[in-house]
Write a new protein. Structure first.
Length: 272
């Protein structure tokens, strides 16, 4: 996947399309942007006829014909879409100042991305890191084994530590914890620390119904945990509907769980 800096470096003559306003049902939200060069694009503002019209207008601007700097597009039958809302667009030729603005926007977005902490970089851990890598998340993989950190996808943070459970205290409010280590005892230690917090969006552990029962017993009998903590634990991860244990399938199902949990957390946080 071409990064934003790579695209700008190879396509200096480019139009930035910004969504500046929306009303009703729309495919993307205000603040979404895409870049249009004469023969290619980067990003999307929603697809369909609406985006086709925006790209065509941007290329008119590039060619110096009759392109417009602003568009107000109704997303209804008249353009072959059925969203029903409206979207306002702004078109600007990319300059050094616009590039600096985009860099600031991307930096600000990165700072506010939800944290996802994957404990364990075995088969499922690596598959989950790969599934999450294109998403707007700040993903960190923690391992006690150096060699397991050598094949992670680009953009994933890697940390080699002796006591992974101690890192739980570093997490920001609303973080996601997924526990997939090679050691059940270590899994339990990490989970105990995560479940002691009430401000995380999701805590999940790879395993089975038997592992869940074993952990629940250990948590209450030996680890000083509260019975209600188990309600905050997803174990096993990946749901029960698709009974396929291939790492890539578990990863896909778990990625969907994480996104759902983060959306639910945002709703809860906004109502506090």
């Amino acid at each position: 996947m071409t990064t934003l800096p790579q695209f700008l470096a190879t396509h200096p003559d480019t139009i930035l399309i910004d969504i500046t306003g929306t009303q009703g049902s729309t495919p993307r939200e205000t603040g979404t942007f895409m870049l249009v060069a004469i023969d290619t694009i980067w990003g999307t503002i929603g697809g369909g006829q609406f985006e086709f019209m925006a790209i065509a207008n941007a290329r008119k601007l590039l060619q110096g014909t009759d392109g417009r700097e602003m568009m107000d597009i109704p997303l209804g039958p008249e353009i072959g879409q059925c969203c029903g809302g409206r979207t306002q667009l702004r078109f600007r030729r990319v300059t050094d100042a616009v590039i600096r603005e985009l860099e600031e926007r991307r930096s600000d977005e990165a700072e506010h991305r939800p944290e996802v902490w994957l404990f364990g970089a075995g088969h499922v851990g690596r598959a989950l890191a790969t599934a999450l890598s294109p998403l707007p998340l700040d993903v960190t993989v923690i391992e006690t084994r150096q060699d397991e950190l050598e094949h992670l996808p680009e953009g994933i943070n890697a940390r080699l530590v002796a006591m992974p459970e101690a890192l739980v205290q570093e997490m920001r409010t609303g973080a996601v914890v997924v526990i997939l280590t090679h050691d059940h005892a270590l899994d339990f230690l990490i989970a105990r620390e995560a479940l002691a917090r009430t401000d995380l969006a999701y805590t999940g552990m790879i395993g089975s119904a038997t592992k869940r029962a074993t952990f629940a017993s250990w948590l209450q009998r030996e680890a000083g945990g509260e019975k209600e903590w188990m309600a905050r634990l997803t174990l096993p991860i990946g749901g029960q509907q698709v009974r396929d244990k291939r790492p890539e399938v578990i990863a896909a199902m778990t990625a969907a769980e994480i996104l759902t949990a983060l959306a639910a957390y945002r709703v809860r946080a906004s109502s506090m």
